[in-house]
Ligand binder design. Structure first.
Ligand SMILES: Cc1ncc(COP(=O)(O)O)c(C=O)c1O
Length: 354
């Protein structure tokens, strides 16, 4: 606290990112990064861009990258907005499209950055409880609102809402923007991008941090009709005209173009996920069905915080949320390599046996 702070800063409750430990040799399964490296083509593109031209500002509109993303999704470049990670894209969407008189709606258990953006931009919100089985019930969102946002699959549960459910929400909610945060969609769901042409209020956000193994490059994007993208550009150009540096633009484009590598990467994570789910179930864990690169699991006889601490003592870090209380028994575990997941399973076997 300081008397020099603005009133807004006094009132903020900032987001707490998962730990990025400085220690080597940890099995790091806490922040949903990809355990494999990005496409070699990304590294070549970034190296090629590390040149004298770094003295020049990058393209403020990331035109080549937006064209590459548009080609990948079969939309027009005017339907694509890019930002410094999808967190920045989301932040701009809150300011540009979700700040109205009525409260916005999002699940009570979801990405914990959403209430933080609401605090920053002074947006009223209402949290809609997930069902008993931790699912989003579309009917619960069909009420007057200033906007709707949730991840699909949801985080930290990993549960997927079928595209038919999203379409029902859009059909029943024409008056405000619906943001579908597809940070994890490449690991097992159908993208809502195909609905963008029919629903002028739909904005889909995506990231290269997870399925493209590029969390360190900080590139996210949104797809929507041009009128929504224009709103995001207005905020961007009132905040930071150059959100993506030259290296990020070049690397992200190379990644969007290397379909073969990308598909193999996702397939490897999905295969390891199904082996991990089976091993966890054999140990007596309840594991929610996951369409993401993480699983959400609890053991009927063991406390979530204690399990996380016991794993940590064995140099394995996973994510545990103390609140909301309904998820306190759970661990969110990123799907790592087979070797990392085997280490996790061996450690849990030893812990659960005690
Ligand atoms: C649901 C969800 N949305 C968005 C993000 C932000 O991703 P990034 O800013 O790395 O693109 C995350 C990161 O963990 C996430 O879990």
């Amino acid at each position: 606290m300081s008397r020099y702070w603005s009133a807004v800063v006094h009132g903020l409750t900032p987001y707490v990112p998962g730990e990025q430990p400085k220690l080597a040799n940890l099995v790091k399964l806490n922040t949903n990064e990809n355990p494999y490296g990005p496409s070699p083509r990304v590294l070549d593109a970034v190296r090629a861009e590390a040149a004298d031209t770094l003295r020049l500002y990058p393209d403020p509109n990331s035109d080549r990258l937006r064209a590459g993303i548009a080609a990948y999704h079969g939309v027009a470049p005017e339907q694509v907005f890019v930002g410094n990670g999808s967190d920045e894209v989301l932040a701009h969407a809150f300011m540009a499209l979700l700040k109205h008189d009525k409260p916005i709606l999002f699940p009570d258990i979801t990405y914990s950055f959403y209430p933080v953006y609401c605090g920053l931009y002074e947006i009223a919100y209402r949290q809609i409880p997930l069902t008993q089985s931790f699912e989003i019930s579309v009917d619960d969102y069909l009420m007057p609102n200033g906007g709707v946002i949730f991840p699909n699959p949801n985080a930290p549960t990993g549960r997927l809402l079928a595209l038919s459910g999203i379409e029902r929400l859009l059909a029943g909610n024409p008056a405000s923007v619906v943001v579908i945060d597809e940070a994890y969609i490449d690991f097992g769901g159908e993208s809502a991008v195909e609905l963008v042409a029919r629903y002028p209020q739909l904005l889909v956000t995506r990231t290269l941090s997870k399925s493209h193994a590029l969390a360190g490059l900080r590139v996210g994007y949104a797809i929507g009709q041009p009128h929504l993208i224009e709103a995001l550009n207005r905020v961007k150009d009132s905040f930071n005209s150059y959100p993506l540096d030259r290296l990020a633009q070049a690397g992200a484009l190379a990644s969007m173009e290397d379909h073969t590598y990308f598909e193999a990467l996702c397939a490897k994570v999905v295969a390891t996920r199904s082996r991990l789910v089976s091993s966890m179930a054999e140990m007596g864990f309840d594991v929610l069905p996951s369409a993401a690169n993480f699983i959400f699991a609890r053991h009927p006889d063991h406390d979530g915080a204690e399990l996380a601490a016991a794993l940590r003592a064995r140099s394995i870090i996973v994510r545990h949320f103390r609140t909301p209380v309904r998820i306190a028994p759970f661990l969110r575990i990123t799907v790592g390599t087979d070797t990392q997941c085997n280490a996790l399973v061996d450690a849990l076997k030893a812990i659960v046996a005690c």
